[in-house]
Design a protein around this ligand. Structure first.
Ligand SMILES: C[S@@+](CC[C@H](N)C(=O)[O-])C[C@H]1O[C@@H](n2cnc3c(N)ncnc32)[C@H](O)[C@@H]1O
Length: 365
């Protein structure tokens, strides 16, 4: 991204995404919103929409969306960047237009408006995050009316500056915390998946309305919740999702999280001995335990072997399996004997660990 500024008519937007999910988020923006992706950077997707309306707040693979004030992928990472941040914020951005669009999507609450400045910084730079935040504040002098009150939480307007290596984006946050955390997730389990990662896995599963979707190790039910939520968004409805877990507390948590989203059949079971006939499910989307979540990390190898044999039994020919694991080699060696074909693979980090999302197809016959 060389330095860019928004056009006066419909400004550009950007999304912050979990690093590794840039291509999936770009696909969602293009396919579901008719947007045009202009640039992607580390955990950043810059795009334009024909018009900016509430649909942008329904994106499911993005952590946050913003109106773009300015962006650059040519920071020097030296102290001279601070001058640029100040100057671009003061001169390159059309803040009145951005604020007007912001207020249509996020109406100002009654009373004296509140605002908050956020500066995020990743990578090595010759200045501190607080210096970048100060440069942002200086660039905004005269933009924020004197009557507005700075607050730390729940501000009506948030000005963000995100710096990742040589890339920086600055803008107004349109989303709130429910975009990344969702509202359904009231019950939590250890090692529960981030909803945006679960949403990406559901997209990768290419699920049709009649497909039976199974998560045999469902934990708090995040993947099944994202399936049901995606079906609701398309107003398509769907057949019940199937899920289970060996831990009854997980089954209970999933039941609570899913209850307002759609139909689900949940049970306590061992995923290596599932209680249904062969060739009954169309899609398996799951997040088996990572090695470090087991008392003996080497136990993932026999677990993956036994679980995949069972998944192969219950999956219909031509069905898809989407799994996220950290022990990719153990998974690949377990799959080899089954003849499944890799369709797609994404590398991401989960809970500070490298992980891989893989999409496999079971052969047709
Ligand atoms: C990483 S967690 C899944 C998290 C889930 N995706 C979520 O978002 O909450 C792995 C789950 O697998 C379950 N599990 C482990 N071994 C199992 C087995 N043999 N059968 C069924 N569930 C199992 C654990 O109880 C745990 O809830």
């Amino acid at each position: 991204m060389s330095r860019s500024r928004s056009q006066p008519s419909v400004p550009a937007c950007y999304a912050l995404v979990h690093p590794g999910l840039e291509t999936i988020a770009a696909e969602e923006i293009e396919n579901d919103l008719g947007g045009e992706v202009k640039k992607t950077g580390p955990g950043i997707v810059v795009f334009r929409l024909p018009e900016i309306d509430a649909r942008v707040l329904k994106l499911r693979t993005t952590e946050d969306v913003f109106l773009l004030a300015w962006g650059s992928d040519q920071l020097s990472c030296r102290a001279e960047d601070l001058d640029r941040i100040r100057r671009w914020t003061a001169r390159e951005a059309d803040w009145p237009t951005l604020l007007r669009i912001h207020h249509t999507l996020r109406p100002k609450p009654k009373g004296r408006p509140t605002y908050h400045l956020v500066a995020q910084m990743e990578g090595r730079h010759g200045y501190l995050r607080r210096d970048a935040q100060k440069a942002l504040a200086q660039g905004l002098a005269g933009t924020v009316p004197e009557s507005w009150r700075p607050v730390e939480e729940n501000a009506a307007v948030e000005f963000w500056l995100t710096i990742r290596g040589a890339t920086a984006v600055c803008g107004l946050r349109l989303s709130d915390r429910t975009m990344r955390h969702r509202t359904y997730k009231v019950e939590h389990r250890p090692a529960s998946l981030r909803p945006t990662i679960a949403a990406a896995m559901i997209r990768l599963a290419e699920i049709g309305p009649p497909h039976i979707v199974l998560d045999p190790m469902c934990g708090a039910g995040t993947l099944l919740a994202e399936r049901l939520a995606a079906a609701r968004l398309l107003r398509g409805g769907c057949v019940p999702v199937w899920g289970g877990d060996s831990d009854f507390r997980a089954v209970r948590a999933a039941a609570i999280n899913l209850r307002r989203l759609g139909p689900a059949w949940l049970a306590q079971w061992d995923a290596t001995r599932l209680p249904f006939p062969s060739a009954t499910v169309d899609r398996i989307v799951s997040n088996p335990p990572f090695g470090k979540q087991l008392s003996n990390p080497d136990a993932v190898i026999p677990l993956y072997h036994a679980m995949l044999l069972e998944y192969d039994r219950v999956l219909r020919p031509g069905g898809l399996v989407v799994l996220i694991v950290s022990a990719a080699t153990a998974l690949r060696s377990a799959v080899r004997a089954l003849g499944w074909k890799v369709q797609r693979q994404l590398s991401i980090r989960v809970l500070g660990q490298p992980a891989v999302i893989t999409v496999w197809r079971k052969p047709d016959s």
